[in-house]
Write a protein that binds this ligand. Structure first.
Ligand SMILES: [Zn+2]
Length: 364
């Protein structure tokens, strides 16, 4: 598909009403089944995992030290650029212009020699340091699959992912479940991808996963696990991270109704992420999603190229080109249909998580 652009997607997403859950044109039939059956939701959102447990839950995980290396101006990860330049809803103004976008390569001490670009509109409430600190709580073997992180202003926190890129609007502070949910998308479609010829790239597309969730389980983690399959997996991966890094999640809820109703999906997620989240794996891998990072960048100024900052990096499409306004197109960067689905799903997430985040409804 070559006619999609992120701008088009955002526009489409922005025009959905907050209660547009009935819009099922991009929802697979078996996910629709989960929705139509009104499958029981075990919890009302997973944010409570952030503070539940002996050491402060997911939010209390140890911080890993990091160093930030400034990226020369004129060289910007294309996803960051596109996210920053999106128009503020209802206006003709971007969230920030290119010259107001700061980019740092952040290197963690548990993964020396490797780094992730973190981009920030200078008017965004979250600092580079804050993002780096919160992201550090995600295990190194999970962190390594995320290719960029972006932050821009916003009235309230919302987060989204396009495959292995993470985006923040507003102040998402230290909500560990949000970071892990977005990382879950990268695990689903990058770390756990399995090109075995069945045409199903992401783990949550596989029969193995869907059978466990649909046929063997009788409940889902929460409402959002019924959004799209990517979000279904991402919510389970938040729970799996809790199990590996905070405490045994079955024991944690043993006296609280148990987790039998979603045991099959949860056990699968726990097994599949054991080498990713478990505490004994405390460094990144030699090869990972970081490795093709160079292709994430575009060169935005001739000065940067003249100074040698853009070797191996394509130029930003020139004004007047088909994609000059939207910058990112499937033709140029090969955004997959799966990325589109996740991206659209998470834009819906923006509205759906807001009441949970603001409210006191934790778990049923
Ligand atoms: Zn999501």
């Amino acid at each position: 598909m070559s006619s999609f652009s992120i701008k088009t997607i955002l526009f489409a997403a922005a025009t959905l009403a907050p209660f547009a859950r009935a819009d099922t044109q991009w929802v697979d039939a078996d996910m629709k089944k989960l929705k139509d059956e009104d499958r029981h939701e075990r919890f009302k959102g997973l944010q409570f995992l952030g503070s539940r447990g002996p050491h402060g839950g997911l939010n209390g995980l140890p911080v890993v030290q990091s160093f930030k290396h400034p990226v020369p101006s004129g060289k910007i990860p294309f996803r960051c650029l596109d996210f920053a330049k999106e128009k503020v809803e209802g206006t003709n103004q971007p969230h920030c212009n290119m010259d107001q976008l700061e980019v740092f390569e952040v290197e963690y001490t548990d993964c020396p020699g490797r780094s992730i670009p973190i981009c920030r509109c200078k008017n965004a409430p979250m600092t580079i340091e804050k993002i780096a600190e919160e992201f550090s709580k995600v295990s190194p073997k999970a962190r390594q699959w995320m290719k960029s992180i972006s932050a821009r202003p916003g009235g309230s926190c919302s987060a989204s992912a396009s495959g292995d890129h993470m985006f923040f609007n507003g102040d998402c502070g230290g909500d560990g479940a949000v970071y892990l949910h977005e990382v879950g998308h990268a695990l689903d479609c990058a770390a756990l991808k399995d090109d075995n010829g069945d045409g199903k790239k992401c783990m949550s597309d596989k029969d193995l996963w869907r059978q466990a969730v649909i046929e063997e389980d009788t409940c889902v983690p929460d409402n959002y696990a019924k959004n799209v399959w990517g979000d279904n997996f991402a919510q389970f991966s938040v729970m799996a991270a809790y199990h590996h890094r905070v405490q045994d999640i079955y024991e944690s809820f043993a006296g609280d109704g148990g987790l039998e109703c979603l045991r099959n999906g949860l056990n699968l997620a726990i097994e599949m992420t054991r080498n990713i989240f478990a505490r004994e794996y405390q460094t990144c891998d030699e090869h990972s999603g970081f490795d093709d990072k160079a292709k994430e960048y575009v060169c935005t100024t001739s000065e940067a190229r003249a100074q040698g900052h853009c070797d191996g990096i394509p130029d930003l499409p020139a004004p007047g080109a088909d994609n000059a306004e939207t910058l990112v197109s499937t033709e140029l960067f090969g955004m997959s249909q799966r990325d589109l689905e996740i991206f659209r799903g998470d834009m819906a997430h923006v509205w759906e998580t807001t009441p949970v985040r603001k409210g006191v409804a934790f778990f049923a």
